[in-house]
Write a protein that binds this ligand. Structure first.
Ligand code: UD1
Ligand code: MG
Length: 246
């Protein structure tokens, strides 16, 4: 078993920032926001970080090249979160052990929450642990569907959800812990059969469950720490939260 690694998705375009700077390089208290995500992954025990770059890839790579534990995978076309993770297959071909999958725009993530996902993975001998949070403000987020006994069934994206599923307040934070081999095996079976025509990373959890693998959804995060920064306003909010946390 190798030490945990982390995949950090950062290839998207982020129109809503209205800026030439790639989203993950926007600074909070003098540091690019993606560096806070790297720190949280390190704190959880990750020793290698694979950052998926696409939009303005060279700029992001240049800004992060001084981190010795960071490597890059290029996604030339943004075909979905599952496709983005597929771009890391070669880099992680030899990795036997856990992998955290995170996004680069969530600078409030806590290392202890991610460590919790990794310990759930290990203790339950699971193939996947979906990091969840509960919120009434579930607009646009993937919903966690469970059976009547509370067992995880699947993640359904907002755009694909039925009226009943839209009511669900437990959401996918976009933070996962996976067994690396299981993740890449599941990705070969993901198909773009959804409203957005994308390859969804979120389908992997259901694919593994249908194979009889152990898949859990664990409410290890708060909605605050999992909130992605999409606008200049949210960037300012995050800075003020960080400042008040010291
Ligand atoms: C995703 C999840 C959703 C979850 C939400 C949490 C999927 C299908 N849905 O939705 O369940 O509740 O995050 O915020 O995963 N990216 C790439 N390459 C791509 C597509 C995306 O690198 O081809 C990156 C984006 O830059 C972004 C992240 O992945 O940082 C999430 O992508 P986005 O398209 O915003 O997913 P959501 O619709 O927010
Ligand atoms: Mg998003």
């Amino acid at each position: 078993m190798n030490d945990p690694v982390a995949i950090i998705l950062a290839a998207g375009k982020s129109k809503r920032m209205k800026s030439e700077t790639p989203k993950v390089l926007h600074e909070i208290l003098g540091r690019p926001m993606v560096e806070y995500v790297l720190d949280a992954a390190r704190e959880a025990g990750a020793t290698r970080m694979v950052v998926v770059v696409g939009h303005k890839a060279e700029v992001v790579q240049e800004a992060l090249k001084h981190h010795e534990d960071v490597e890059f995978a290029l996604q030339t076309e943004q075909l979905g979160t599952g496709h983005a993770v597929m771009m890391c297959r070669d880099a992680l071909a030899e990795h036997d052990g856990p992998v955290l999958v995170l996004t680069g725009d969530t600078p409030l993530l806590k290392g202890t929450s991610l460590a919790g996902l990794l310990s759930d993975l290990k203790e339950n001998d699971a193939a996947c642990v979906v990091g969840t949070a509960t919120t009434e403000a579930n607009e646009g987020l993937g919903r966690i569907v469970r059976d009547s006994e509370g067992n995880f069934l699947r993640i359904v994206e907002h755009k694909d959800a039925s009226p009943e599923e839209l009511q669900i307040q437990e959401i996918n934070t976009g933070c996962f812990a996976y067994d690396c081999k299981a993740l890449f095996e599941a990705l070969t079976e993901v198909r773009p059969e959804n409203k957005q025509g994308e390859l969804y990373l979120t389908d992997c959890a259901e694919i593994l469950r249908n194979k009889g693998r152990n898949v859990l959804a664990a409410e290890r995060l708060t909605i605050e720490e999992a909130m992605g920064v999409n606008t200049q306003e949210q960037l300012a909010e995050v800075a003020s939260v960080m400042q008040s946390d010291g």
